[in-house]
Design a protein around this ligand. Structure first.
Ligand code: ADP
Ligand code: MG
Length: 703
């Protein structure tokens, strides 16, 4: 069956893009929109009305029935409330659809059910959504029909931000201001704006829907809470970049199509390290749009999966003992006259502007490692960072051989000689060209790696929004730029001053650079000697938000107030507690109602067998031993189940906050492990036909 469409035709079909606005808006209105987009400010109500009408007409022509202010509350996912374009019919009973400028620009959703961390009393349940004009409106297609989605920021009645987008937008402005000061120092008088670009690589798992429906842990917690490893895991590593299975390929094809319609530049797709694990990478774009688009990628993955009778698992660790999923956040900063400040060029040793920028980033990452770590923390990611998996929980920067060489020389002698040449790789085959070797050789174990002309922050979890990591990155780098510009703008001898400042930054923050194996135990010990923080969990990371250093940083640049930071810390604890509570209750349910009864049935069968074998005069040693072993594990399970019930009750009756979150982390999750261990041992012993839930082997290989 061949459908007839091509990428050029469908790309951006569902987006009310700048091009469509140019076509549909009167010249003046279009100009005003572009102006606000580029320089900020507000649309006049008159223009807002014109834009709203054009947007509605386009949406309705394309089959939309509703609109929504689409926003990103602190749940980490998106929220929407649909309003139909209907109004009072006219006297003939004819419906005339309406959508005003006011409705476009501002919404007032009842915000009482979104996390606010104490920022909003229930009697002030109102929140406001405001159109982010820099992110285009789009049509979302689902079983609800077509909905016009207007990307918005979300704040409380009193103006505090209640979402992930507002601080991101603020941080982009601040970064632009400070980066402009830097490029001005180097003689750039043209640029008017500096923009962070982001390319988030998204990892995910697919699982068959029927199997998924038989596992309440997958349904309620998004990850397996029980499950023994299959005989064939990823030891063979034959899955990575392997041929894509037919069913998965069909899913990817539809996913790409849906994403292209939404203007998402889905570019690369491949199998990942674990069975049934895959990746999708888009082409990078302006940070806030990349954040919106990543939300759409996650949402569309889930929707398209169900259309293929599959489910998409975005959890960071769906299967214990198997590779988890992350989201590499590729980040760079570019002036509007086209200079990527992270591009070293062919001679980084002579590229003083690049070296200053690099030294500022090293300073920023070292000074605020705890904040970066916190920005990538979520409950699921605790199973990756600093657990039995990569990347480690310690923040360090990888530079690669060539840059490291330049940095070392600068620190030692204050100057850097010509850089190490990148080598040529001789293929040894006449018909194949020799290859230039990339000088930023890839170190896959580093959480923050320089990769040619961008940094790649690899700690972010697969299910998490990339808004917070980029907000932190933009802000901390803006601060380092600001401090550099403060010094350099006053300098009598600029060349001397910039030279000294680069050397100072590099020398003071050299400890953050690590080019070795980030997964090794030696690195953990070495990092401790260097005084680098090693923050092991989400709960421990949360207080980084409210240190005096953090409050000073964020308040100085107008990103967050102290109150907003405190509320975000509170929300982290609440979210953590709620998530673990759901997991604990799900385990209690599965253990008590599914696994233990099945094991008891099998014990009964074994006991009957022992008796029958004995009665027949044969040797029943094997059956007896098996029965004993199983009974042993069963006893352990029952004991752990009783403890878990008690711990869950104790934890859930505590006052929400840090103490409660810590109790969940230290007591509830520990008991969950105690319950899981005997259950997984039993799975290896009990008859497959009796085991009540699909196994890891089925979940990962029957896709
Ligand atoms: P990998 O080897 O890690 O898969 P790629 O070079 O394929 O790396 O890039 C991964 C992601 O990085 C893509 O989303 C890509 O668009 C993005 N990317 C590439 N260059 C930049 C840049 N200058 N700034 C931000 N992101 C970038
Ligand atoms: Mg990558």
């Amino acid at each position: 069956m061949s459908e007839k469409w091509n990428v050029e035709e469908i790309f951006g079909k569902n987006v009310f893009s700048l091009g469509k606005m140019r076509e549909r808006l009167p010249k003046n209105a279009y100009k005003e929109v572009v102006n606000v987009m580029n320089r900020g400010g507000e649309l006049s109500m008159e223009t807002a009305n014109v834009v709203a009408k054009a947007m509605k007409d386009w949406a309705v022509e394309n089959g939309a029935t509703h609109y929504t202010h689409w926003f990103q509350p602190l749940t980490g996912i998106t929220a929407e409330k649909h309003d139909a374009f209907v109004s009072h019919p006219d006297s003939d009973g004819q419906m005339i659809t309406e959508f005003s400028g006011k409705e476009l620009i501002k919404g007032e959703p009842d915000a009482s059910s979104f996390p606010s961390g104490g920022l909003r009393a229930t009697f002030e349940a109102r929140g406001y959504t405001a159109w982010d004009i820099t992110s285009p409106a789009f049509l979302k297609e689902s079983s609800c029909g077509k909905i016009l989605c207007i990307p918005t920021a979300f704040c409380s009645y009193t103006g505090e931000s209640l979402d992930k987008k507002t601080p991101l937008l603020r941080s982009m402005e601040v970064l632009s201001e400070q980066a402009l000061r830097i490029v001005r120092l180097f003689g750039n008088t043209e640029a008017t704006k500096v923009t962070p670009s982001v390319g988030p690589e998204q990892e995910y798992f697919l699982v068959d829907e029927d199997l998924y429906m038989q596992r309440s842990d997958l349904m309620f917690a998004g990850r397996t809470l029980f499950g023994a490893l299959p005989p064939k895991g990823q030891e063979m590593e034959d899955h990575y970049f392997g041929v894509i299975r037919e069913r998965v390929g069909a899913f990817m094809k539809d996913l790409n199509k849906e994403l292209w319609k939404l203007g998402v530049t889905a570019k690369t797709q491949h199998n990942e390290a674990a069975p049934a694990q895959h990746e999708l990478a888009p082409i990078y774009e302006t940070a806030n749009i990349a954040v919106d688009h990543n939300q759409l990628v996650m949402e569309t993955m889930k929707r398209v999966a169900t259309e293929h009778h599959l489910r998409c698992l975005l959890h960071e660790k769906p299967y214990a003992g198997v590779n988890g999923s992350g989201k590499h956040d590729n980040w760079s900063i570019t002036t509007d006259d086209g200079v990527n400040l992270l591009d070293p060029g062919d001679t980084p040793n002579k590229n003083i502007q690049f070296l200053l920028v690099l030294s500022c980033i090293l300073k920023a990452v070292d000074d605020h490692a705890d904040l970066l770590r916190q920005s990538a923390a979520d409950v699921g990611n605790d199973h990756r960072l600093g657990a039995n998996e990569a990347p480690p929980a310690i923040i360090s920067v990888f530079l690669g051989e060539q840059l490291q060489d330049v940095v070392t020389q600068l620190i030692e002698t204050g100057a850097a000689n010509p850089v190490k040449e990148s080598g040529r790789l001789e293929t040894g085959v006449k018909t194949l060209p020799d290859l230039e070797i990339d000088t930023s050789d890839r170190n896959r174990t580093s959480p923050f790696a320089f990769t040619g002309n961008k940094f790649e922050f690899r700690m972010v979890g697969s299910s998490d929004s990339v808004a917070s990591p980029n907000t932190v990155l933009n802000t901390i780098v803006a601060e380092a730029f600001c401090e550099a510009a403060d010094v350099l703008e006053k300098a009598d001898d600029f060349d001397m001053a910039v030279h000294d400042l680069i050397k100072k930054n590099l020398t003071e923050h050299e400890r953050i650079i690590f080019n070795g194996d980030g997964y090794s135990d030696e690195w953990i010990a070495e990092a401790e000697r260097r005084g680098l923080p090693n923050i092991k969990s989400t709960v421990e990371a949360a207080s980084a938000l409210t240190t005096e250093t953090a409050v000073k940083l964020f308040e100085r640049f107008g990103i967050f107030t102290r109150k907003e930071l405190e509320s975000r810390e509170e929300i982290t604890y609440e979210t953590y507690a709620k998530t673990i509570n759901i997991e604990a209750l799900t385990m209690i349910d599965m253990a008590g109602k599914q696994i233990i009864p099945a094991v008891i049935r099998f014990c009964r069968y074994l006991a009957d067998t022992v008796n029958a074998v004995k009665a027949a005069g044969a040797d029943a040693t094997v059956e007896t031993e098996l029965l004993k072993e199983i009974s042993g594990h069963l006893t352990d399970m029952q004991k752990a189940l009783t403890v878990l019930k008690k711990e869950e009750a104790a934890a859930s009756s505590m006052k929400p906050g840090k103490e409660q979150a810590l109790y969940y982390k230290d007591h509830v999750t520990a008991t969950m492990k105690d319950l899981r261990t005997p259950a997984d041992a039993l799975e290896m012993l009990v008859d497959k036909d009796i085991w009540p839930i699909p196994t890891y082997g089925q979940l990962m290989f029957e896709v």
